[in-house]
Write a protein that binds this ligand. Structure first.
Ligand code: 13P
Length: 290
């Protein structure tokens, strides 16, 4: 069943859990994520990141995402992740996405407010939800991450974290449905164990009248940290790198163990789907308090 992000966040708020949001740049991810959510009977978000246009374009994967969401036995929101331009957001809306992220977090604050507000007006007029970002999320510099590459000094640098007072002003001015915040997670594979600033989540929740908050760089975080972040008000968790690595590991084992026989690609595709599904099931169980 295709639903909006706003509806999913409202329920997650009541039930004090987080909705898992998974990037699906291929059929293995798309099928694995939907199967995992259906097996657990929990809602889910499937998302296309603009930085994955080199893997597959939104014109190719978008209609499939919408079709899978409509046919799913659980509520599914279809979301554009890190939309960088008005054009990309409008394209997603035209394809039937029910939610968009407009990410102007690397622009100056006034521009972020102005452009995000304009997008919110357009998106809300056609019942599409909007996520925006404040503060700076970096990339672990290992292949697979999103955003700009970070240097070692960026890691855990509180100057890049979201400012709670600015978050209050931003929400008031833009009317976004949820806010991605920077509090210690990074996109991609973690080179060090992240030290998350849980107090900052609580502070931002209090300055923004309990706005649903979003964790990016969600895969690779410990179970304890997920639970703490959810208890402080994280309601959407973006997740990709570690499910991608789970599929890679499964295929590596298969190829190494069968190096002297033929390997058929369709078998590998199913193996990857199952590995992604298993990894996503573990994550969804934690996010949904199961
Ligand atoms: P990871 O790939 O680090 O899990 O992050 C995903 C994400 O934040 C997508 O926006």
């Amino acid at each position: 069943m295709l639903v909006t992000l706003k509806e999913l966040l409202k329920e997650a708020e009541v039930e004090k859990r987080a909705v898992g949001a998974f990037n699906v740049p291929n059929m293995e991810c798309l099928r694995g994520v939907i199967q995992a959510a259906e097996d657990l009977n929990v809602p889910v978000i499937i998302q296309h990141a603009e930085v994955h246009e080199n893997l597959i374009t939104i014109e190719e994967i978008g209609p499939l995402m919408v079709a899978y969401a409509k046919n799913a036995k659980v509520p599914v929101a279809v979301h554009l992740d890190h939309g960088a331009s008005l054009t990309a957001c409008l394209k997603a809306i035209k394809l039937g996405f029910t939610s968009i992220m407009y990410d102007a977090s690397l622009k100056d604050y006034e521009t972020n407010v102005k452009e995000t507000s304009e997008l919110v007006k357009i998106a809300h007029s056609v019942n599409v939800s909007v996520e925006a970002e404040l503060g700076e999320m970096t990339n672990s510099a290992i292949a697979g991450g999103e955003g700009r590459e970070s240097s070692l000094s960026d890691f855990g640098n509180v100057d890049l974290f979201t400012n709670p007072q600015q978050a209050e002003d931003f929400i008031e001015a833009t009317k976004v449905d949820c806010l991605a915040i920077s509090f210690g997670t990074v996109h991609g594979k973690y080179m060090f164990e992240p030290k998350l600033d849980f107090e900052r989540i609580a502070e931002i929740r209090s300055t923004t009248q309990r706005k649903p908050l979003v964790m990016h760089g969600g895969s690779g975080v410990s179970e304890e940290d997920y639970r703490k972040a959810i208890s402080q008000g994280i309601r959407k968790i973006n997740y990709y790198t570690y499910m991608n690595m789970a599929a890679g590991d499964a295929l590596k084992k298969k190829v190494i163990n069968n190096s002297s026989t033929e390997i058929f690609f369709d078998e590998l595709s199913l193996l990857a789907t199952d590995a992604i599904k298993e990894n996503v099931i573990q994550a969804l169980k934690i996010f949904n308090g199961l």
